[in-house]
Design a protein around this ligand. Structure first.
Ligand SMILES: *Cc1c(COP(=O)(O)O)cnc(C)c1O
Length: 494
């Protein structure tokens, strides 16, 4: 095959040497001025913090140190290097203008304990970000405090609990569809509820009959993701909400997939009572190692009294202040006011786009996912055959017959220069291949990605071993993934 990627590795690749291997005695990476005090040994100078047990530090030149760190930086892959189609994660471009704004002196250097009269600008940023998110979701009030989507879930479920307690009975269970993200059952459990799974119907959506049967007087509410993790919009969401409400429960929406809805549909309009957003997904703040997360929670009016303290409010004369005097609050969820710098970046993104731009973004994200799905469905199995929203879920069903699974295909994608898609999630699809291109991908890049996946499908037909041994272009090939996560080796030992 013409575009087959070369497998042979050179015996020695100088770039794979670690800094320690360049060490030789007497080399030095710093140039200090002559001593003007009597010389002392390191042990004398450092006293009890001196550690005699650390030996064998590399001795290298300044240039070697520079090369070491520069080289390490190229061993990574991120949205700044290429397409990152990791489904359910919304790995989109982080506009540089966000960074410029977040570094403005008044925003970057203000202290969280600064008195309110000196922090009016920062409080206004928080207030305005919350107002924008309220408008986008249609909800009435927003707290920016939670530090991640998962913490937003916890906050939201605790508010549901507090509200139900006030009605006289917190109830026992929360219903969660079987396609849900793993954080959902975890949040429910930490909040003191038990989760009850809801089986999806043949179309991958909530089954109204199942829901009706499960929605007893013991059920506090439903926690759902919309569009769900199959990338499918729950068309019956209005009926679903009505049913839950009619039995005295509340509707929590996991808003991780809001990249499919912003500017087009508002969860408040289809019956959601409380939801979270992921600023590091939908609102272009850095995701993963690039920065702390942010998972604001949005609620309907009746839940507003339960929001974490403090809330950022505005007096009639336009002064902003932190309100701690909220007797029904669930309390504090995190230190201070949330990851402030992320609110700044999200607000920059929202204002730079405006309503039209945000809607366009959503439409492009949905178009891109449908394009990928349409161009791959003849070679990969499509378990739920219908138009998708911002992500599509294929499966390895055809390739599995030849012994190649979704994880192998993902590894092979690395050889083609792409970050893998999400493998094996959602759990209701055996061998899931979940692809979310986001609006950031150009048509050219999408075509290259699609061609790579088509080429891999052909390799599997002709010579599956090629794919089973992938990746062959990386420094190391397959890791013991569970071992790498559970027993990571984080230090170099001489
Ligand atoms: C990412 C995600 C979460 C959790 O968000 P974090 O910010 O990673 O805690 C929850 N649900 C879904 C569907 C997600 O994709």
């Amino acid at each position: 095959m013409k575009n087959r990627i070369q497998t042979a590795r050179p015996h020695v690749n100088r770039n794979e040497k670690l800094i320690f291997e360049h060490s030789s005695p007497g080399k030095c990476g710093v140039d200090l001025p002559p001593l003007d005090v009597p010389p002392v040994s390191a042990a004398e100078a450092l006293g009890e913090v001196y550690r005699a047990d650390i030996e064998g530090f590399p001795e290298v030149s300044e240039l070697e140190v520079v090369r070491h760190f520069t080289r390490l930086s190229t061993w990574n892959y991120g949205v700044d290097t290429g397409l990152y189609p990791l489904g359910s994660c919304t790995m989109k471009y982080n506009p540089r203008i966000n960074e410029v704004v977040a570094r403005l002196e008044g925003l970057a250097t203000d202290h969280p304990y600064a008195p309110e009269f000196l922090a009016q600008g920062c409080l206004e940023v928080l207030h305005q970000t919350a107002r924008c998110l309220a408008e986008i979701t249609g909800m009435d009030a927003v707290s920016l405090q939670p530090a991640a989507g998962a913490q937003g879930e916890l906050t939201g479920i605790l508010m549901i609990r507090a509200w139900l307690e006030q009605q006289g009975n917190p109830r026992k269970y929360i219903l969660i569809p079987d396609s849900a993200h793993g954080t959902n059952p975890a949040s429910v459990t930490i909040s003191g509820y038990q989760m009850r799974p809801l089986k999806s119907d043949a179309k991958g959506c909530i089954d109204l009959g199942e829901l009706s049967q499960a929605m007893s007087q013991d059920v506090a509410g439903l926690m759902l993701t919309n569009p769900n993790t199959l990338g499918i919009f729950e068309r019956q969401i209005a009926e679903i909400s009505e049913l839950v409400h009619s039995r005295g429960g509340l509707v929590y929406m996991d808003g991780a997939n809001m990249n499919a809805l912003v500017g087009v549909a508002r969860p408040a309009d289809f019956g959601v009572d409380v939801m979270h957003l992921n600023l590091h997904k939908t609102f272009t703040t850095p995701h993963g190692g690039g920065g702390p997360g942010s998972g604001p929670v949005a609620v309907k009016k009746f839940l507003e009294p339960y929001l974490p303290v403090p809330t950022v409010e505005k007096t009639p004369d336009g002064t902003f202040y932190l309100n701690y005097d909220r007797p029904k609050t669930i309390g504090r969820i995190r230190t201070f006011y949330g990851n402030f710098g992320m609110a700044v970046r999200a607000l920059a993104y929202i204002l730079a786009n405006g309503p039209e731009g945000l809607r366009q973004t959503t439409e492009d994200a949905v178009l891109n996912a449908n394009y990928v799905m349409a161009r791959l469905r003849d070679v990969y199995d499509l378990p739920y055959d219908q138009p998708c929203m911002h992500e599509c879920v294929l499966s390895d069903k055809r390739q599995a017959a030849r012994g190649v699974r979704t994880g192998d295909i993902a590894k092979r994608l690395i050889d083609y220069g792409f970050h893998p898609y999400t493998t094996s999630f959602p759990l209701i699809v055996s061998g899931a291949m979940m692809i979310e291109p986001t609006e950031s991908a150009s048509k050219e890049e999408l075509d290259e990605f699609i061609d790579a996946l088509r080429s891999i499908a052909q390799e599997i037909e002709e010579e599956p071993s090629f794919v089973l041994e992938a990746p062959c272009s990386t420094r190391i090939s397959r890791l013991d993934e569970a071992g790498a996560a559970r027993k990571p080796v984080l230090t170099w030992k001489p």
